[in-house]
Design a protein around this ligand. Structure first.
Ligand code: GRF
Length: 228
C-alpha cells in the first residue's frame, strides 16, 4: 500500500490558511497529512499554530536580499522537507520568492494561494490593487509555483464580488473565506493524483479532453451536440 501524501507548509504570518488545511485534514477531507511547517519569521503566528497541533516546525533565516531566500536557506528548507518525506509543499502567506534550488527539489509540487484572480494583480496587496483598479469581481487563486511571481499554472480559483463600500480590509476578509475553501480542495486534488496538465492548462484527469473520436461517433463532428 502506498503511504499518504505528506504536506509541508511554508508560512510567514498569521497562518489562517494553514489552519484551514489542518481543519480539512481533521475532517478527513484533505486526502493528505500535514507533517511540518517552516517560517522565515520568528513571530509568525503560523509557527505557534503548527506547534500547538503537533507538527514539526522550523524557523529559517532567509538570508539573502529582501524578499528572496539565500542558497543556504533553500538548502536548509529542502533538507527539512526531505527529512519529513514531504511530497507537496504549500506556500500559505509565505513572503519570500521561492528560488531555483527549492523549485528543482519539488517539481510541480509547490502550491501557492494568492488573493486575486490571477493573472490580474500579482504581487503584494492584491485586494488593494483590485480596488484601485475598480474591478467588480476579484477572488483568489491556487497555482503551481514556477520561477515567476504568481505566474504558475492555475489549479483552481474562486470569484468574489467587489462592493462599492469595500475597503482593502473588508474585501480581503471575504476573499479569505474563499481561500480557506479552495486551498484544501486544491491539495485534495493534487494528492489524489487526479490533476492533469496540458501545457499551462490544468484539469482533472478523465474529466477533460474526453472527446477523442470514436468509431461511429457522429456527435464528435457536431458542434450542436451537448455532452451528457
Ligand atoms: C493570504 O491572503 C494569502 O492569499 C496570501 O497571504 C495571506 C496569508 O494569510 N498569500 P494567512 O497567513 O494564511 O492567514
Amino acid at each position: 500500500m502506498t503511504r499518504e501524501v505528506h504536506v509541508g507548509v511554508l508560512a510567514s504570518g498569521r497562518g489562517s490558511n494553514f489552519q484551514a488545511l489542518w481543519a480539512a485534514e481533521q475532517a478527513g477531507v484533505l486526502g493528505a497529512r500535514l507533517v511540518c511547517l517552516l517560517s522565515d519569521n520568528p513571530s509568525a503566528n503560523a509557527l505557534q499554530r503548527a506547534a500547538d497541533r503537533g507538527l514539526q516546525t522550523r524557523l529559517v533565516d532567509a538570508g539573502g536580499k529582501r524578499g528572496q531566500l539565500s542558497e543556504t536557506a533553500q538548502g536548509e528548507i529542502v533538507a527539512f522537507l526531505r527529512h519529513h518525506e514531504v511530497d507537496l509543499v504549500c506556500l500559505a502567506g509565505f513572503m519570500r520568492i521561492v528560488g531555483r534550488t527549492l523549485l528543482e527539489a519539488f517539481p510541480n509540487a509547490i502550491l501557492n494561494i494568492h488573493p486575486s484572480l490571477l493573472p490580474s494583480f500579482p504581487g503584494l496587496e492584491a485586494p488593494r490593487q483590485a480596488l484601485e483598479h475598480g474591478v467588480k469581481v476579484t477572488g483568489c487563486t491556487v497555482h503551481l509555483v514556477d520561477a515567476g511571481i504568481d505566474t504558475g499554472p492555475i489549479v483552481t480559483q474562486a470569484a468574489v464580488a467587489v462592493r462599492v463600500d469595500d475597503t482593502p480590509e473588508t474585501l480581503s476578509a471575504r476573499i479569505l473565506e474563499q481561500e480557506h475553501r479552495i486551498y484544501p480542495e486544491a491539495v485534495r486534488l493534487w494528492a489524489s493524483g487526479e490533476l492533469a496538465a496540458h501545457g499551462r492548462r490544468i484539469g482533472v484527469r478523465d474529466r477533460i479532453d474526453t472527446r477523442a473520436p470514436r468509431a461511429n461517433d457522429a456527435s464528435h463532428h457536431s458542434n450542436s451536440e451537448a455532452r451528457p
